[in-house]
Design a protein. Sequence first.
Length: 516
Amino acid sequence: MNFIKRATISIKRRPVKTLILLLLIFILGSVIAGAISVTRAIANTDTNLRRGMRPIVTIDLDEAAIMAEYQASGNWNIDLVSLDTIRAIGNLSYVAYFDYSIMAEVNSRLSNWTPDGQSGGVIVTDPDGNELEQLNWFNLQGSSNNEPMIMREGLIELVEGSLFNENHLNQATDIHPAIISSALAEINNLTIGSLFTMEETVRRPSPGGEWDPEFFHSEESIFASAIYEFEVIGMFEPIPLEAATDDWRERERIRDLNNRILTLNHTAEIVQGFTIQTRIDLHEAYGDDWGDLGFDPENWDYIAQTILILHDPLYLEDFRVAAEAMLPNVWMVSDLLNTFSGISSSMETLQGIADWIFIVSVGATLLILSLLITLFLKDRRYEMGIYLALGEKKSKIISQILIETVTTALIGITLAVFMGHFVSSTMSQNMMRNELSQMTHERDMGGMVAIGGWSSLEEMGLARNLTSDEMMDAFDVSLDIQTIGIFYAVGLSAVIVSTIIPVLYIVALKPKKVLM
């Protein structure tokens, strides 16, 4: 009688022991299956979230690195990202499209747009306190293309006039082109073709370091000044974000866009270059009386806001490694993963629980099955001793026992994979839904705790926060072939190891010793 037939007969003749082994494998297997199911669900959800997000990134300051640098050196000097570095990063194979925008701040006698119609700004007075004029600050945003990146990315739409043309791009005009919001144009009585000026006046510190309003408002205080003339060539309107989770953020974003003046990078270079060079000159002339410069005067470049669109969201980590290797130490790649911070924190908690359950359950399976099979084999030592005495090969005896346990295990594992998946998916979904609901409640109550955080891309308006329902829709707890394959591999491996250890011990003995 061959060993396969002996294994079949043994299973039939020992139904109670077979059933005990089956139930034990089913129970332990269900726990292992649940842990594997949760782990795979988290991996699938992460992939779903990444594939569903816009593959858009920017280059941002790393606040933790800046603080570490300050603690180490005692200063705030920051190595700026050069335009050459930005272009090199934009030419990486992961990038489908990129644009950079040189930013500058400048003031004007134009009125700011505000939701309540009350324009803020700096009121300039004479030494006697009489109001002379009001200057308002505006953000000047350059573009390296004829279509500004915030328009290309759907944050604003052109409603009147035109985009930048070839003459503008070739710097063929003496007056700088500007695209402004229709709201800003309305309160300042500007139309297409209107001219307006922006200016910057830098003043010396008051003598002795004390604030002296009379000196500040005198001609003597002026250290440098520049006036820039612009022509309105187009008007835009901000596009409201869908499902904005925080009304105050959306209002602030609209206010910022309505007061933003779009121009070309070479114009922004002129404005920003004047600002930086003036700061350097002031620092050289007055040193610490003026203040900390904040950057290396011998190694500075234009500060630009960079947007990069990747070919595929799954390229993000590879792109991050390649890009951050080219960036100075205090800079990093910022992406939209903050949008998923609510579900990410829940998944991390769930993953930690699943890892702990998996390790404990696999360890328990090996220990319990080994002891149980050892106990079963103790009753069969005479049978095995006879096989050895009759000259049966040890490998066939081992194979017989393996067939008996693996056959039973296959039935138990098949039942366990569905039971474990059902229980774990129900529990994990409920757990994540409760955590996300709690975070949403905290956000609604406090106004400052928001799913998704406050990221650089969100400040630009290029991201939106997901609702808890949208996050749960991405939580994939489906039972796929890969999950089933992993469970069968882990389960059968545990059963085989638990079986081989006691069997090897017995067959290693001489037949006489086994029969004693």
